[in-house]
Ligand binder design. Structure first.
Ligand SMILES: CC(C)(COP(=O)(O)OP(=O)(O)OC[C@H]1O[C@@H](n2cnc3c(N)ncnc32)[C@H](O)[C@@H]1OP(=O)(O)O)[C@@H](O)C(=O)NCCC(=O)NCCS
Length: 229
């Protein structure tokens, strides 16, 4: 269920229970000004220390993501613990929990679930088609399928596929620990919100993927669960 709130900076935008976990959105302030101490103190100390080392929008996004994580911990009824990053930027969740983070300039989202099966979340705008992106992020088969759609649907379909691939990356990079190219999986968006994922490279067939997309206004939110076989 979505609970809209006023778009005050740092306020909850939504808390939503979805098949891959709890997803929380937090509104971000409009500018890159340093985050006020009153907001930083809402983080656990180790996260606050990480945040003060950051500058500009990077600091704003980091803090927003961790506040979204905090609200997701509360929603699951779990004791809040620090979620720091490894050397690749992967957020490290405590034993027994998995999660992922994404942000846009005005919104940070976090996905949190119980268990040990990796998850990924990604948020993308769909309003402005960007030339060259389909050719960069889609395989020839995907491109052919997209180009067969009515022109008005082509960009949105591309963004859903792109976003699922970003969610996949976040879910599997911590295991593979290598760059995963956009041509290594194919994504087939479903009209019911469930998206089929076909691995292309043999290494990716070692995962069983479950992918979903949903809409937050003009934005698409994708979540992926990637279970190592
Ligand atoms: C890492 C990447 C997925 C981040 O996506 P993005 O759209 O740039 O940024 P988002 O705001 O959605 O996500 C940022 C969050 O991703 C998470 N993240 C960063 N690197 C990560 C990694 N290696 N593994 C998992 N999560 C990661 C972090 O939580 C980060 O937020 P934080 O630093 O505040 O904690 C993207 O930049 C990238 O490098 N993609 C590689 C190519 C790819 O996606 N291939 C698809 C293969 S199927």
């Amino acid at each position: 269920m979505i609970h809209p709130e006023p778009a005050a900076p740092w306020a909850l935008a939504f808390v939503n229970a979805i098949p891959h976990g709890v997803v929380v959105g937090v509104h971000l302030p409009a500018g890159p000004d340093p985050v006020e101490e009153a907001v930083l103190t809402r983080l656990v100390p180790a996260e606050r220390d990480a945040a003060v080392a950051l500058r500009g929008f990077r600091q704003v996004q980091f803090v927003g993501g961790r506040l979204a994580v905090a609200a997701a911990f509360a929603e699951l009824g779990t004791r809040r613990m620090a979620v720091l990053a490894d050397e690749h930027g992967t957020p490290l969740f405590p034993e027994g929990l998995v999660g992922s983070i994404s942000h846009k300039q005005d919104l940070a989202v976090a996905l949190l679930a119980r268990g040990s099966v990796a998850v990924g979340v990604d948020l993308e705008d769909t309003d402005r088609p960007r030339p060259g992106v389909p050719e960069r992020v889609l395989t020839p088969r995907e491109l052919e399928a997209v180009r067969a759609l009515p022109e008005s649907r082509q960009w949105v379909d591309t963004v859903v596929r792109f976003s699922v691939k970003e969610s996949i990356y976040k879910a599997i990079h911590p295991t593979l620990r290598r760059y995963v190219g956009f041509g290594e999986v194919e994504v087939w968006p479903g009209t019911d919100g469930w998206d089929r994922v076909d691995p292309v490279t043999p290494e990716l067939t070692t995962f069983q993927f479950e992918a979903r997309h949903c809409w937050i206004g003009m934005r698409v939110l994708t979540t992926v669960r990637a279970e190592a076989r």
